[in-house]
Design a protein around this ligand. Sequence first.
Ligand SMILES: [Fe+2]
Length: 205
Amino acid sequence: MSTLSLFPTLIYNAPLKKTGWRTLNAKLLRESLQLREDDGAGRHWSKQNYPGGYTSYNSVSRMHEVSPTFAMLARELDRHVRKFANALELDTQSRPLTITDCWVNIMPHQVVHGLHLHPLSTISGTYYVQTPKGSSGIKFEDPRLDRMMAAPPRRSDARPKHRPWYIVQAEAGTVVLFESWLRHEVAPNPVKSERISISFNYSWF
Ligand SMILES: [Fe+2]
């Protein structure tokens, strides 16, 4: 063995649970659409910051505290976050990771979610409620990209771990987790139906 592989970037992707997720998603869908109707401040904010789409990120960002359905989702997510923290070998003995934010994102046709990271949190993720066939996945960027000033491009057949970016397909009923500093984006929704997801942050402090 002459080459070490160090400092990995882990991304977690798993079904929320084996059974019952469709029933949960039907409730989450109904409440998400209702929230968009009720949340005038969120619609106003989205108009400026999420053109064509709706997010409760800046208005109702603690859905797990106001809706029993979202609280149920958060209880399921806790389990996945614990598994991911174990995979990352994080020492959370003295202070557990706790959900701090949980918000709704609705992306109609052509709406884009620009490149961003999640400040003030440790582990972030998304749960997919409605993903019409052909809708965009979540695209992660190599966190070292801004240091590669003189690096040749990667070969077109490079393995995923050596590529500068990677897309995880969005699939209803599944959860994606990543460390909050990892930049990601969602390309414009190419299909007519709305892509609906719930994003969240877990914090250590
Ligand atoms: Fe995000």
